[in-house]
Design a protein around this ligand. Structure first.
Ligand code: CS2
Length: 468
């Protein structure tokens, strides 16, 4: 039997149910990028907030192109099971926060209607780093075919910018209030960045709407944290054995969960702080620590770990040859760039991260983290490299990881899943092992606007690339 509202009645009694009548809650959030991460994170906080009595915050999920999640969740009335797994504990619950999923490419008007609805107060995003369609210097990539199409305005929208602009235009015309745009992606300063990108898009396409946006909308920054491996068929079979029903939308995650949100909303929001989220005035220190220590270590484990034949994060962190590099990267190189007075105990944080990485009950594939490196390394490694360089500190562990990434993007060891894969492979062809580091990080290098290597750093990188 497939999970649905009706089938939920016959679920195993060990599976906790939503603590509210989800059939009678209105929607209040439109969420772009309803992948496993969102279902294990924001949707759970929102489910808890509704259970705590804050009504009418169900979520309309939007997938820009793929029909996969809609096919998983819509036949299940939006319901799915969430399992938290660690070696010493497993718990499973049913999440009712998702009202349904729209595939934007198939039903663009339905997305715009949802954005323009008077019930909607928040538009949130987990579209991954590449969903913001930026150039390496962080600006909006107007040459991207989807952005260009949205700018021309002759076809239905394709990017978050085109959809949000269409929704906001309808709200403005109808005299409705503005929206909060909540980026939940792993970008440094994600709120201000989204604001800048959206504002820039609107200024070029509809200047009056850009003014309205600046006046009526808000883009708070957030730090989101939960490790959520991509689901496999074996995981789905395991979930079915626990719950007693087929569930195509299930997700498996770790017990740990953190959400730090800048308290700057345009209008109403769920009472997320009553269910564990931290509403603060400055997300910056949390975000920098998470991106540089957790995500920075993750990416290092991915490229170095794959090279050493590992498949999962817990195997890579258990490899003594990698452990020292990861410790140095997190505890010395990343930590040195962080605000020591922000009230975060960085050594305790590193200890907790190592323990989370070692969770062998989660099968977190290194290839999942290795994906989209060109979009991830600027905030994970290059920004801390630049800060350390300016302070005269050496960064051998980060450079070792960076060399492993450079070797990875050549594409000869394994497939490269990255929106810039073709461009990076071409750079390799043109420059070879001797020149690739300079083409990426030398003067005028592709990523030089974030970090430009000094001659000794370039020499070290090139030597490691040649050896790799
Ligand atoms: C990972 C993140 O895939 C990746 O790049 O580093 O998804 C990581 O698991 C999350 O940010 C943890 O909060």
């Amino acid at each position: 039997m497939r999970l649905s509202r009706e089938a939920a009645a016959s679920l195993s009694p060990d599976v906790a149910r939503p603590g509210y009548d989800f059939a009678h809650q209105r929607t209040g959030i439109v969420h772009f990028g309803i992948g496993a991460f969102h279902r294990a994170h924001q949707a759970v906080y929102t489910d808890d907030a509704m259970a705590a009595g804050d009504a009418n915050w169900r979520i309309i999920g939007v997938s820009l192109r793929s029909g996969d999640v809609a096919a998983q969740l819509n036949p299940q009335d939006g319901l799915y099971a969430l399992a938290q797994r660690a070696t010493d504990q497993v718990s499973t619950r049913l999440i009712g926060a998702v009202a349904g999923v729209i595939v934007a490419a198939d039903a663009p008007d339905a997305v715009i209607d949802a954005l323009a609805s008077a019930d909607t107060h928040i538009v949130s995003f987990t579209v991954t780093e590449k969903g913001y369609v930026r150039r390496p210097d962080g600006s909006l990539d107007w040459d991207n075919a989807d952005v260009a199409s949205d700018r021309a305005g002759t076809a239905p929208p394709r990017t978050i910018y085109g959809f949000v602009a269409a929704g906001l235009a309808r709200r403005k015309a109808a005299g409705l209030p503005g929206l909060t745009l909540l980026s939940c992606d792993n970008l440094a300063d994600n709120g201000a960045r989204l604001h800048r990108l959206m504002s820039g898009y609107l200024s070029a396409t509809d200047p009056a709407l850009a003014d309205w946006f600046d006046e009526h909308c808000r883009c708070p920054a957030t730090m989101v944290d939960r490790i959520v491996p991509a689901m496999t068929e074996a995981d789905r079979r395991w979930i079915a054995s626990v719950t007693g029903v087929e569930d195509e939308g299930a997700v498996i995650t770790e017990p740990f969960c953190q959400w730090v949100i800048e308290d700057d909303f345009a209008g109403p929001r769920p009472c997320w702080e009553a269910v564990g989220a931290q509403l603060v005035s400055d997300v910056g220190p949390y975000e920098a620590a998470k991106l540089r220590m957790l995500n920075g270590a993750h990416s290092a484990l991915a490229y170095l770990g794959l090279d050493r034949g590992h498949e999962y994060v817990h195997q890579a962190i258990g490899d003594p040859a990698l452990r020292g590099t990861i410790d140095t990267l997190m505890r010395q190189e990343a930590a040195a760039t962080l605000d020591q007075d922000a009230g975060i105990d960085l050594h305790a944080y590193a200890d907790a991260l190592i323990a989370r990485f070692a969770n062998a009950a989660l099968e977190h594939r290194l290839t999942q983290i290795a994906m989209d490196g060109s979009q991830k390394i600027p905030q994970r490694w290059l920004e801390p490299l630049a800060i350390n360089q300016a302070a005269g500190r050496s960064t051998p562990a980060t450079l070792q990881a960076l060399a492993a990434w450079i070797v990875h993007i050549r594409g000869t060891k394994r497939p490269v899943d990255d929106p810039m894969a073709a461009q990076l492979a071409e750079l390799w062809q043109q420059n070879g092992a001797a020149g690739i580091a300079a083409a990426l990080f030398g003067q005028d290098g592709l990523f030089a606007s974030t970090w430009q290597a000094k001659p000794d750093e370039l020499a070290l990188l090139s030597e490691q690339v040649r050896a790799g």
